[in-house]
Design a protein around this ligand. Structure first.
Ligand code: NAP
Length: 361
């Protein structure tokens, strides 16, 4: 965390109406405000507005969500060869300037060729694996979006896609989690963990989750039967023979989880796994997230249906303005987001009463 924060400094967060990194300010219908990550720095800049290509829609973003991968990838975008990559960063992947952000929610303003099922003005929630949601507009494939349920605010819908798609891929596509099985979620209160607890509960699994004591009632409200306070106890001292464990914390938790999964069970992780030999020695199937499996549009439509039915929700922990992106990333780096942190771009401000409704379990 500290390494990344250092890496990002000095951060030039220039107002779009002012001078950005020596460039002349531009603002017209063909441009937009966006956060641009480049060379280990992030800036708010005026950039070209994307265009919806074949199979795409152009969405005016109301809210984008913060995911740890956003700052991990940007942290690796350094031109300083002496700087170490941030923990977990995919070194060298982000050499060219790019707009971070892999999910969000907003309103369709342009329909590209070949797109059916959507109209201009539709409110949607979206997954953008090519990134770009920390901006006023994003062009995104129509098969990675879903209509926003009226039951969700734009802020809530923005936090839906990336974390829940990861949880679905691991639990459903890979482990085929079934009714009656026991699932251990390590890091139950975060974005991936909150989605995993709810998906598992809906599938009829019994859920045990780890979190700090302050998040115990939140996790029970999502459907966890048991919450283990990781600050007070070691989960491996209390559990044996769980069918599936999902680690969202760190690889140390994954090693410890190997001891509590039954032979033939699954150890899933969004943060790294023990070696294949170590998994094999305990007869545990170890899997990390893949981009195969159920198509995103099917998953997002299912999540939307569950939300309409009151079965699935996104807890908006904090809302930041686009110009406060560094504060948003520092909040995420601290590692205690309950549900999701979001960035307001074009949506209505998160008024105090609405924020309270959204953050109270
Ligand atoms: N490969 C992929 O496609 C993919 C996709 C999504 C996410 N990821 C990765 O998966 C990880 C989790 O993502 P996320 O979005 O869920 O992160 P997040 O929302 O930032 O997770 C924060 C949560 O972690 C919990 N936590 C921190 N330390 C803990 C510990 N020792 N034991 C239990 N819980 C702990 C916190 O709970 P307390 O406040 O109670 O401590 C907090 O609720 C990240 O590293 C992310 O990069 C990978």
């Amino acid at each position: 965390m500290l390494a990344l924060t250092t890496l990002l400094l000095p951060t030039l967060l220039a107002s779009a109406s002012g001078r950005a990194d020596g460039e002349r300010p531009v603002a017209n219908a063909a441009t937009m405000q966006a956060v641009v990550a480049s060379g280990g720095r992030i800036q708010l800049r005026e950039v070209a507005r994307p265009v919806a290509g074949p199979g795409q829609v152009l969405v005016k973003i109301a809210y984008a969500a913060v995911n740890p991968g956003d700052w991990k990838i940007a942290g690796s975008a350094t031109s300083d060869p002496a700087a170490a990559p941030a923990p977990g960063a995919d070194a060298g992947r982000d050499a060219a300037p790019s707009i971070p952000g892999v999910d969000g929610a907003g309103v369709i303003v342009t329909i590209g060729p070949g797109v059916t099922g959507y109209r201009i003005g539709d409110a949607v929630m979206l997954w953008s694996p090519a990134r770009g949601t920390y901006a006023q507009y994003v062009a995104v494939a129509a098969d990675t979006i879903a209509h926003k349920p009226a039951s969700l605010s734009f802020a809530e819908a923005a936090g839906m896609a990336h974390a829940a798609l990861a949880a679905w891929n691991l639990l459903i596509d890979q482990a085929q989690l079934r009714s009656g099985q026991t699932l251990l979620v390590l890091g139950g209160a975060g974005g991936v963990g909150s989605a995993a607890v709810q998906i598992a509960r809906i599938r009829g699994a019994r859920v045990i989750a780890t979190a700090s004591g302050a998040n115990a009632s939140y996790l029970r409200s999502l459907g966890a039967a048991t919450v283990i306070d990781y600050q007070a106890a070691h989960f491996e001292d209390q559990l044996r023979a769980v069918d599936v464990a999902l680690d969202t914390v760190d690889v140390d938790n994954a090693y410890r989880a190997l001891a509590v999964v039954r032979p033939g069970g699954y150890l899933l992780s969004s943060v790294g796994l023990p070696s294949a030999a170590q998994c094999a020695a305990r007869a545990v199937v170890c899997r990390d997230r893949t981009l195969t499996g159920t198509p995103p549009r099917i998953v997002l439509a299912q999540l939307a249906d569950w939300s309409r039915a009151g079965l699935f929700r996104v807890n908006v922990d904090r809302s930041f303005e686009l110009a406060d992106i560094l504060a948003a990333w520092q909040y995420s780096q601290a590692g205690h987001t309950r549900g999701k942190a979001v960035i307001r771009i074009g949506g209505k401000p998160c008024h105090r009463t609405v924020c309270r409704r959204m953050t109270t379990p």
